[in-house]
Ligand binder design. Structure first.
Ligand SMILES: [Zn+2]
Length: 220
C-alpha cells in the first residue's frame, strides 16, 4: 500500500458527533443567497480559526494564498441537521502560485495531512480556504476541480476570501450533491469569551436573533 496515497485522503468515514452549540455564543452571518438554497451542512467557525484564516488571507495581497480547514463533523441533537465545526487551519505549503490561481499539489495535500496528524489529533479536514485578491467570491473551474478531487466528501466546504474588499463566503454542496460556483452561504460565528464579533465581511449581514437558532439546545 502506498503511504502517500493513503495520506492524501484522511479518514473521513467516521460517524459525526451528536452535539449542540449554545445559542448565546452564536451569531449567524447571512449571505445574499441564503433564502433560496439549502446547504447540506451548516458551518460553525470557532474564534481561533476565524482569526487564523483572516490573518493568513492578508499576508499576501497580490497573490492567492490558502490552506486546509480543520475541524469536526456533527449532527445537531435537536434538529438532526448536519454541521461542521471549523476549529483551526493549516496554511498550505508546496503550492504553485500565480496572482489569479493557487494550485494545491500532491505534496501540498501530503504535508497538510501530516500536519493534521501531528497537531490536530482526531480532527478532520472539513474543507479548504483560499483568497481571491480583487476578484470577488466565486469558485473558478480549477477551484471546482480541486474541490471535487481533494475534498470530495459531501460535507467538505470551500471558503473564499477577498482580502481587499473584505468579502467572504462558504461554498457548500446542496442536498443532491450539487455545488454552485457562484452561490456562497453564510455561517455561524462562535463568539469568543468577550462576546465580540470578529467578522467584518461586507457581503454578509447579521441575521435576526430568531434565525440564529441552529445548534441551540432547548436546555440552554
Ligand atoms: Zn479560486
Amino acid at each position: 500500500m502506498s503511504d502517500s496515497s493513503v495520506r492524501l485522503f484522511p479518514p473521513t468515514g467516521s460517524t459525526p458527533f451528536r452535539s449542540s452549540i449554545p445559542k448565546r455564543l452564536l451569531r449567524f452571518w447571512r449571505a445574499p443567497f441564503d433564502d433560496n438554497a439549502k446547504p447540506l451542512v451548516s458551518v460553525f467557525v470557532a474564534p481561533a480559526a476565524f482569526n487564523q484564516f483572516t490573518e493568513h488571507s492578508i499576508i499576501d495581497l497580490e497573490n492567492e494564498v490558502g490552506g486546509g480547514l480543520v475541524g469536526s463533523r456533527h449532527v445537531d441533537v435537536r434538529t438532526d441537521e448536519q454541521f461542521v465545526l471549523i476549529e483551526g487551519v493549516i496554511p498550505a505549503r508546496f503550492t504553485r502560485k500565480g496572482n489569479t490561481f493557487l494550485t494545491f499539489t500532491q505534496d501540498t495535500l501530503v504535508a497538510m495531512n501530516d500536519e493534521l496528524e501531528e497537531r490536530f489529533s482526531k480532527k478532520q479536514l472539513v474543507g479548504w480556504y483560499h483568497t481571491h485578491p480583487r476578484m470577488g467570491i466565486f469558485l473558478s473551474n480549477y477551484d471546482l476541480w480541486l474541490h471535487d478531487h481533494f475534498f470530495p466528501e459531501p460535507w467538505q466546504v470551500a471558503l473564499v476570501i477577498e482580502p481587499h474588499a473584505g468579502l467572504g463566503g462558504f461554498f457548500i454542496r446542496q442536498k443532491e450533491g450539487h455545488l454552485d460556483a457562484q452561490r456562497y452561504f453564510g455561517f455561524y460565528e462562535i463568539l469568543a469569551e468577550d462576546c465580540v464579533s470578529r467578522v467584518e465581511w461586507r457581503n454578509l449581514s447579521q441575521a435576526d436573533e430568531d434565525s440564529a437558532d441552529k445548534g441551540e439546545s432547548e436546555d440552554e
